[in-house]
Each structure stands twice: as structure tokens, then as C-alpha cells.
Ligand binder design. Structure first.
Ligand code: FE
Length: 336
């Protein structure tokens, strides 16, 4: 009897451990498909809790050693660095991740790894703007673009990371010059999300918008007929491609293993799975994000936008300048 009970406990503990609890800020359909694939391959069930990154980080802090979270999956390096600064991650020991993910796409202490890349590009109305009028992010501060630019609020972490990357590369003064120059050329006060800017430029309310690439993909390949129509009027331009320029700004979505995780091995397996060629090609095909695994192919649509030079500034440095970026945005009254 004793042996029976012991083996029952053993078996149930096996089942109890075949799960991984993921706190995620990602709000894309592709993730659900990937969780199913992961379960099929490994038998590990993904339990998902969705909220904003800031909320999830606070929650993990509050839950402390009682937290259920094994993995924090989030978008943007600003958030990954915030999580790191709150001391909720543990070092990930994975030779696969270590050799697969390029060093500019991971934390220097292996506390987080990027899992997808998104380029923050200049989208333009193809009837009103010629490609050769576009060049760099800074060139958009020229008077010529007055009342022609759309971009989201400064509270959007994507903008914070873009500005933070300028701080890292060109210093605070230049970064502030960019922010005030863009502010001066905005066609309206910042509002809405990236997709709203795309719709507005297609409707002719402005000529260019600074957005993440995958939103254009979602509109082109999504279910909404009007989105598809709208996206026909939008061109994609990768800024800062000149020989002496640093390349188009990249931000990422990425993950870390939570310090008080009870399923650490499953958590690592989960992150490794998301970095596998199979999962990476899904991210590219279904959500139009760029793979971080160099062995993965991008999708046809991504290829149609062309190859481009990426800014390879180490992203943990960009994340670390997040607070400075927020300060500069406030100084130039970006949202007012
Ligand atoms: Fe997004």
C-alpha cells in the first residue's frame, strides 16, 4: 500500500510538473498556435496569464516567492530591462540560447533573451511621398515635413526605446533635438496605436508615420477587408541605411525565467522552443516579426519589403536609457 501511495504521489508530481506558467504581454494570435505546438512536442502545458508588462512585473514582485510565474514574456527591451532592474529574473543556463541568439539581442548576464525582432520604420503614403525623399529618422525633423508626420504617444514603450537608442548612439543633446524636431512636424497630437497612424496616412491625413513593421503585415494579411485596402497605400521605408549610418532601429519581444519559478526546466525548454527554427518561422509567417534565430527564414511578405541594415547597438544598453528617454519626451512636451 505504501508503495502504491508513494508511486501515485510520484506519478501525480510528474503531471504537476508538466506545465509552465507564462505571464505574457504579447497580444498576438501566433502565440496560441505556438503554445499548442510546444505542448504537442514536449507534453508541457502552457498556462497563460495576460496583462500589460508593467502590471505583470508588479504582480510578480508582489507575489514574491509564492508566484506562479515561470516565464515573463514581454514586448520591448524597455520592459525587459525594467523587469531586470526589479530583480525578478534568474540567469538562464542554456547553451542553445547562448549560441543561437546574437549578443546584441540578449541581456549581458543572460537574464533575458530576445525572441522576435521588429523594425521601427517610416511608413509613407505612396501617392504623396517618393521613396527618395526619405533617408534617416533625423531627416524627418526638417521643416519640409511640417504637419506631415504621425507617431504614437511618448508613453508607448516602442517610442521610448527608439529615443533611447539615439541617446546611446548620439548622446542626449542629439536625441532631444530629434524629439523636438518630430514634435514640431506632427500633423496632430499623438494618439492611438501604430495601426491608427497607418490608417490616417492612407486616408491622407498625413504623409509619413513611424511604426513597427508587423502592423503593416497584419493589415495586409489580416481578415479585415478595409485594413487590406488601406495597406495598399502604404510604403515601407527602412531609415538610416547609409554607409556611415547605424541602421534601422530594432526592438524586440523577449523572455526571462522568473527568479522564484517552480518549473525552471520547463521554463527554459519553453524559451528554447520559441527560439527554435520552427517557432521562429511561425513568428515571421503569422505575425510578420523578424526571427532572432539566424537559421530561420523570414516570410515572403517580409522579404518583399527588402533586406535592410539593422541597428546592432546592444539592446540592454538601449533598455537602460529608458528613463532618460521618458524625461526627454517630457521636456519637449511630445504629447501636448
Ligand atoms: Fe505591438
Amino acid at each position: 500500500m505504501k508503495i502504491l501511495i508513494a508511486s501515485l504521489i510520484f506519478i501525480s508530481s510528474l503531471f504537476a510538473s508538466s506545465e509552465v506558467n507564462v505571464y505574457s504581454h504579447r497580444h498576438y494570435e501566433v502565440d496560441k498556435k505556438l503554445y499548442k505546438m510546444f505542448r504537442k512536442q514536449t507534453g508541457i502545458k502552457v498556462n497563460l496569464i495576460k496583462a500589460s508588462s508593467a502590471e505583470l512585473i508588479k504582480r510578480i514582485q508582489k507575489e514574491g516567492k509564492y508566484t506562479k510565474a515561470d516565464v515573463l514574456l514581454t514586448t520591448d527591451v524597455g520592459m525587459l530591462e525594467l523587469a531586470k532592474s526589479k530583480n525578478i529574473f534568474q540567469k538562464i543556463d542554456s547553451s542553445f540560447l547562448d549560441k543561437t541568439i546574437p549578443s546584441y539581442l540578449k541581456d549581458k548576464d543572460n537574464l533575458w533573451f530576445a525572441l522576435t525582432k521588429r523594425a521601427r520604420v517610416i511608413a509613407y503614403n505612396i501617392d504623396d511621398v517618393k521613396k527618395d525623399e526619405l533617408s534617416t529618422y533625423m531627416a524627418l525633423t526638417d521643416k519640409k515635413w511640417k504637419d506631415r508626420i504621425l507617431i504614437t504617444k511618448s508613453t508607448e514603450v516602442y517610442n521610448q526605446s527608439l529615443l533611447a537608442s539615439f541617446i546611446v548612439k548620439d548622446g542626449k543633446e542629439q536625441a532631444k533635438k530629434w524629439a523636438s524636431g518630430i514634435k514640431a512636424n506632427m500633423a496632430r497630437k499623438p494618439r492611438g496605436v501604430d495601426k491608427d497612424q497607418l490608417k490616417a496616412i492612407a486616408a491622407g491625413m498625413a504623409d509619413v508615420a513611424i511604426v513597427n513593421t508587423y502592423y503593416i503585415g497584419q493589415m495586409l494579411r489580416g481578415k479585415s477587408f478595409s485594413d487590406k485596402e488601406t495597406a495598399q497605400y502604404i510604403g515601407v521605408f527602412f531609415p538610416n541605411q547609409g554607409e556611415k549610418q547605424s541602421g534601422t532601429h530594432i526592438n524586440v519581444s523577449g523572455a526571462g525565467v522568473v527568479k522564484n519559478s517552480k518549473n525552471k526546466q520547463n521554463a527554459i525548454k519553453f524559451i528554447e522552443f520559441l527560439a527554435s527554427v520552427e517557432a521562429q518561422e511561425m513568428f515571421a509567417k503569422v505575425n510578420f516579426e523578424y526571427p532572432v534565430n539566424p537559421n530561420a527564414k523570414t516570410s515572403q511578405l517580409l522579404q518583399s519589403w527588402g533586406e535592410f541594415k539593422e541597428d546592432k547597438t546592444a539592446l540592454y544598453k538601449v533598455g537602460a536609457q529608458n528613463k532618460e528617454a521618458v524625461k526627454l519626451f517630457n521636456e519637449v512636451a511630445w504629447d501636448k
